[in-house]
Design a protein around this ligand. Structure first.
Ligand SMILES: [Zn+2]
Length: 468
């Protein structure tokens, strides 16, 4: 019996030992992860709380917590939500029993709402308009403080400023990530009287219309000869309009105020050398300066700048082909720097009327290199008004506008070749202007004008290609 009893005891002891290994093993690691938010704006921080048992440590993105003596962790770490959509945050905890458990939480990143609103220009004469450009990021809806208040998420509006002083515009964007409001002030200034100088565009035109605007620009160190108000620029402008009307029955649509060209006066704070540093171009610098001074060039305007350097440009012009503007270097020592012949022998078409209309042709886009009579440099041969280098025999007094109508203005211009006749910056000419133009051309045929002028210089540049 005793041997049997002993045998049972040994078996029982063995069974107990085996039972202990099954029922009370060294336990597996367990933990929970609790994020402070399951949805969060990107670039913000979410905190994740770890509660773990039976662990040695827990590793999370950016760090590791070590367990206390009891194998526990109760801590929180911060993580920046970087992506829109799911952001997976893994945590891995090796247990005291040698097993490692990995879990993750997911936080959905949503876009930050951002509203943007700009005005160009941000200062105008009362009655003129500005362009308000708006956009939203991360938003589902938007409202604006001006009419029409049915805002798509982005775009621009031409808004007329009716009040003196600042007018505040606001644009609000709302989305899952909250709201944002952008505001901009546009300052209205009093319109100068008709016979005073204009430093900005004077009101009156249809917002966004396609117009050519003239500018009298001086560097800080140039003598102001008052050509914007003394009638000389006006005479030169009108002479070329008459020429163009007589040849084509059409005219450039000129930005007028009170029945006269609305000429801007721009006095740069830079010297001539500062405005046109040696080695840089002319027209791009002048357009940049103009843009700076008037708070941005208008998209649908072409600018013709009269800029009177004696040195080193000489007499000439420049243009951005198919771009925002061109310039006329208006300075003839022979005429004491007047724009029209002080003796009255030479009609005002020469040389500056001829020059601005030539540069204006470039600004519209003339002459395509694929035009039949293209000779290089955006030019055609004499007697076209677009005659220029490398031709050396251009004769302004016999000038025509694309005599065959196949190079840059007419009905015979081929497909793919720039045709100014289709340009939005040209309108039908008043009949009396056409009559005057034909008379002017006849007078010139009867008694051609030859004038001795310094060699004409021209710079033609191409606008930067827009990203496709
Ligand atoms: Zn040219």
């Amino acid at each position: 019996m005793s041997r049997y009893t002993l045998g049972v005891s040994a078996l029982l002891a063995f069974t107990l030992a085996c039972g202990k290994s099954v029922v009370e093993p060294d336990p597996d690691p367990t933990f929970t992860l609790t994020p402070s938010d399951t949805v969060s704006v990107v670039e913000t921080t979410v905190f994740v709380t770890i509660r773990a048992e039976n662990v040695l440590s827990c590793s999370y993105p950016g760090g590791t917590y070590t367990a206390d003596a009891n194998g526990r962790i109760n801590a929180a770490f911060g993580v920046t939500v970087s992506a829109i959509g799911p952001n997976r945050i893994p945590v891995s905890c090796p247990g005291t029993n040698g097993k490692t458990v990995t879990k993750e939480v997911s936080v959905r990143g949503i876009a930050r709402v951002k509203a943007t609103l700009t005005a160009s220009p941000d200062t105008v004469y009362v009655g003129d308009w500005t362009t308000l450009t708006r956009s939203c990021e991360g938003a589902a809806s938007a409202t604006r403080s001006w009419e029409p208040n049915a805002a798509p998420m982005g775009g621009s509006d031409e808004v007329t400023i009716t009040a003196l002083g600042p007018t505040t515009f606001s644009y609000a964007c709302t989305g899952e990530g909250g709201s944002d409001v952008a505001t901009v002030d546009v300052v209205g200034e009093p319109v100068p009287p008709l016979d005073a100088r204009a430093f900005r565009n004077r009101p009156g035109e249809i917002p966004g219309s396609h117009l050519t605007q003239f500018v009298y620009m001086l560097s800080a160190d140039m003598t102001d000869r008052g050509h914007d108000w003394n009638g000389q620029m006006e005479a030169v402008i009108n002479a070329a309009l008459v020429f163009f009307a007589g040849k084509t029955g059409r005219v450039p649509a000129v930005d007028n105020f009170g029945g006269r060209p609305d000429i801007l006066f721009i006095r740069s704070t830079k010297t001539h050398a500062g405005l046109l540093p040696p080695g840089t171009g002319v027209i791009s610098n002048l357009l940049d300066e103009l843009s700076l001074r008037i708070g941005g060039l208008r998209e649908k305007k072409k600018y013709i700048i009269f800029y009177p350097p004696l040195i080193p440009l000489g007499f000439g012009g420049s243009a951005v082909q198919g771009g925002a503007g061109g310039a006329v270097y208006s300075s003839l020592p022979e005429w004491d720097n007047a724009l029209i012949d002080p003796l009255g022998n030479v009609p005002p078409f020469f040389p500056y009327g001829y020059t601005w209309i030539h540069e204006w042709g470039h600004v519209l886009g003339a002459v395509s290199s694929t035009a039949p009579n293209f000779i290089g440099g955006g030019h055609t041969p004499n007697p076209d008004i677009m005659c220029g280098a490398p031709a050396t025999d251009c004769d302004p007094s016999q000038a025509e506008v694309d005599p065959d109508g196949n190079d840059w203005f007419g009905d015979n211009v081929g497909a793919g070749i720039f045709n100014a006749k289709l340009s939005l910056w040209i309108i039908p000419a008043p009949p009396e202007l056409v009559t005057m133009g034909r008379l002017q051309a006849q007078t010139l045929r009867d008694s051609p004008v030859t004038i001795e002028l310094r060699k004409f210089r021209e710079e033609l540049v191409f606008p930067p290609k827009r990203p496709q």
